[in-house]
Design a protein around this ligand. Structure first.
Ligand code: ADP
Ligand code: MG
Length: 320
């Protein structure tokens, strides 16, 4: 297989079957160094199976993969030394403290002895665990466990990081912290991140490109805005009205049958919405005017991943 020089992951026809079920179906992917790729799909789409194939934890039924220049099927051990993996349900040793847990991993991943203590401190700090670093994991909350598991996957500064649903089950504050950390990790441009998620907003925020997987098949890949332009014929609008009329405008827009995904800005009299067709704009403007809500501004916006999802799956299937 000929791989692009800078590609970190290349797959060709990668397929994994479980009996009669094809969990990953003829996957062709090229992921460049420094990319944050969002791997997006419903539960059961084949995301975790793909991560396991790319790390050599599972063998392919057909097709090939090269990851960091290695074949995961035969060089899994060497490969896993260079990748960081946050699995879907990370296992932590309940009897150990976070500090002990990280130190053991540092040893496993050959972090030089002289650097371990500083690196562990740095991670405990970054993941808001510093004050609990000497407590046993058995007393940790779900969010703390997830942050510790993430810290562990970052420990050896892997050039390729697989994160399988890193924020699932986390509260909004922890989720934001995790997003910041992923962004920091990718900022240097050397680290590649393969991020499995079914959270569209997360993918939109963090990823350079997203790949949409459906029943094991890749149905779309590209930058979020590019996918939106290619796959969606509708229009997303930002509507500005007066502070006094924002409730009124909001009720008119909510009552407008063609409007979808209506949101109101927190601190400004601005609403955003999506319409399937721009021909619906004049009607909406008429209704706002008839209700007496002044229209100060009407701006088209880049489509979101949610718009792409609606285009791909229809209204019933869009995830949140
Ligand atoms: N070890 C396994 N044995 C049998 N079926 C499996 C196994 N692992 C995954 N599957 C099936 O493969 C499909 C894809 O699963 P998975 O990769 O976990 O999806 P996702 O991570 O996108 O939710 C699902 O239908 C799942 O039930
Ligand atoms: Mg999964």
């Amino acid at each position: 297989m000929t791989a692009q020089a800078s590609a970190v992951i290349v797959t060709k026809g990668l397929t994994r079957r479980f009996g009669a079920l094809t969990a990953v179906d003829s996957l062709d992917l090229v992921i460049e160094q420094g990319e944050v790729l969002g791997f997006l799909g419903h539960n059961g789409a084949g995301k975790t199976t793909t991560v396991r194939l790319l790390n050599g934890v599972l063998t392919a039924s057909a097709g090939q993969a090269r990851v960091l220049g290695l074949d995961p099927a035969s060089d899994g051990v060497a490969l896993r030394r260079r990748t960081g993996v946050l699995t879907e349900t990370p296992s932590l040793d309940e009897r150990l403290t976070a500090r002990e847990q990280l130190a053991i991993y540092a040893d496993l991943y050959d972090v030089p002895r002289s650097q371990v203590s500083a690196r562990v401190d740095e991670l405990l700090e970054a993941f808001q665990l510093a004050d609990r670093g000497d407590d046993r994991v058995s007393g940790y909350s779900k969010g703390m466990r997830q942050r510790l598991a993430l810290a562990r996957s970052f420990l050896h500064k892997p050039e390729l990081l697989f994160l399988d649903e890193p924020t699932s089950g986390l509260d909004p504050v922890s989720t934001r912290q995790v997003h910041t950390l992923i962004r920091e990790q990718s900022r240097s441009g050397d680290h590649t991140v393969f991020l499995c998620t079914h959270n569209l907003e997360e993918a939109q925020r963090l990823c350079h490109r997203v790949a949409v997987l459906e029943h094991g098949r890749l149905v779309a890949i590209g930058a979020p805005a590019e996918l939106g332009r290619n796959l969606w014929q509708g229009v997303r609008l930002e509507v500005e009205t007066s502070p006094a009329c924002v409730e009124l405008a909001s009720s008119v827009i909510h009552a407008f049958p063609a409007a979808r995904d209506v949101t109101l800005a927190e601190d400004r009299p601005i609403l955003t919405l999506a319409l399937a067709d721009r021909e619906q704009i004049p009607q909406l403007v008429e209704r706002l005017a008839a209700a007496g809500a002044p229209l100060y501004r009407l701006d088209p916006q880049e489509p979101t991943l949610e718009d792409v999802y609606f285009a791909l799956h229809g209204e019933q299937e869009a995830t949140r």
